[in-house]
Ligand binder design. Structure first.
Ligand code: ATP
Ligand code: SF4
Length: 325
């Protein structure tokens, strides 16, 4: 495995303060290695977006980071903790070192400006010494890389399809050549064919430009196809982490098995879709012990009272008493 580029260490995030607070991220540790695609999956409300916002310090109130570190290692220079950066340092870090493409980002393009202007504005803000012709050339090159013809440079957002607007957003995220790109459900608003086309293209770009990706989705089948490693979240914790192929072949955690049983087999014989009974936990009344125990078909003695810790087993890890024993 390559060296780490981003290490999340024991991150905790709450919504609200004091007695009213709920714990949305609980002691999450996760490492992104240089050049890899790390997938993050889990049902709605498991904490995927909160983790993405927390690690980039984009958490809106009442979200509060209550503990942990996010160590970033630049291509050259010493590692530093993103959570300790001043606001000024943080502005330099975002876009240039780490860029994020949000859910429905395509709707955040400014409707009254041409897409060329919106791309060159990012360069104007972050690389003020760059000449106008170089800015235009970089914007054109970026659009070409994400599959948009140069003659669409001067289009307004409403003149582009949803897929093209989302490609523009991906181009915008990559324009300052960041080391890390975080994608939070970047293609959910698009049809399945377009989703796969855009993700396939992103992987090609990653191979060419060498950035690393944290790819967040509730659609585990997409991650199995497009990521190197997958982390599964439940109730604000990572419950399993493994190479994508190992997780697909034989996941260790009953929750991952339930998620995998919720979509048709990608290859090989057909399998019965089983799903997961019950609903995700409410943060205000998180079950004791393993928070998955009320829904787990394999729960046994310790599960309702003792919290399982994420423990390494070779190149994978799981937080489950069944795996421990
Ligand atoms: P989705 O796939 O639906 O985006 P997610 O896995 O990204 O879900 P988050 O949006 O991170 O989950 O939410 C994690 C938990 O934090 C949820 O239980 C949610 O209700 C809670 N939460 C999110 N935003 C707030 C907020 N502003 N105030 C209080 N609780 C919040
Ligand atoms: Fe199921 Fe127990 Fe494992 Fe939790 S710890 S996933 S309840 S077997």
């Amino acid at each position: 495995m390559t060296e780490p580029v981003l290490e999340i260490k024991n991150l905790n995030v709450d919504y609200g303060l004091g007695d009213q607070s709920v714990h949305a991220i609980r002691d999450v540790s996760l490492t992104l290695h240089r050049g890899e695609v790390l997938g993050l999956a889990g049902e709605s409300g498991s904490g995927k977006s909160t983790l993405a916002y927390g690690m980039t310090r984009l958490l809106p109130p009442p979200g509060v980071i209550t503990g942990g570190q996010v160590i970033y290692t630049p291509e050259s220079g010493d590692p530093y903790d993103v959570l300790q950066l001043t606001d000024r340092q943080l502005r330099g870090f975002r876009w240039s070192e780490t860029a994020i493409v949000f859910q429905g980002a395509m709707n955040s393009l400014n409707p009254v400006h041409k897409i060329s202007t919106q791309l060159t504005d990012v360069l104007r803000a972050h690389e003020p010494k760059m000449s106008e012709s170089s800015r235009n050339a970089r914007a054109r090159e970026m659009l070409k890389l994400v599959g948009i013809a140069a003659d669409r440079m001067d289009a307004y957002p409403h003149q582009l399809s949803g897929g093209m607007r989302q490609r523009v957003m991906i181009g915008m995220a990559l324009i300052l050549q960041p080391q890390v790109v975080i994608m939070d459900e970047p293609t959910t608003a698009l049809d399945v064919v377009m989703q796969r086309q855009i993700l396939g293209q992103l992987i090609e770009l990653r191979e060419r430009l060498g950035f690393s990706v944290i790819f967040i989705t509730h659609d585990l089948s997409l991650l199995v196809e497009f990521s190197n490693r997958i982390a599964i979240m439940y109730g604000g914790r990572i419950v399993e982490e493994a190479p994508a192929s190992a997780l697909y072949r034989d996941s260790l955690h009953p929750y991952s098995q339930g998620l995998l049983g919720s979509f048709p087999a990608l290859r090989g014989p057909r399998r019965e879709l089983t799903g997961i009974p019950g609903s995700p936990p409410d943060l205000k009344g998180m079950p004791s012990g393993c928070s998955f125990h009320p829904r787990c078909p394999k729960a046994f003695d310790p599960c309702a009272t003792e919290i399982p810790v994420l423990t390494a087993h070779g190149d994978r890890s799981a937080a489950c008493w069944l795996v421990e024993r």
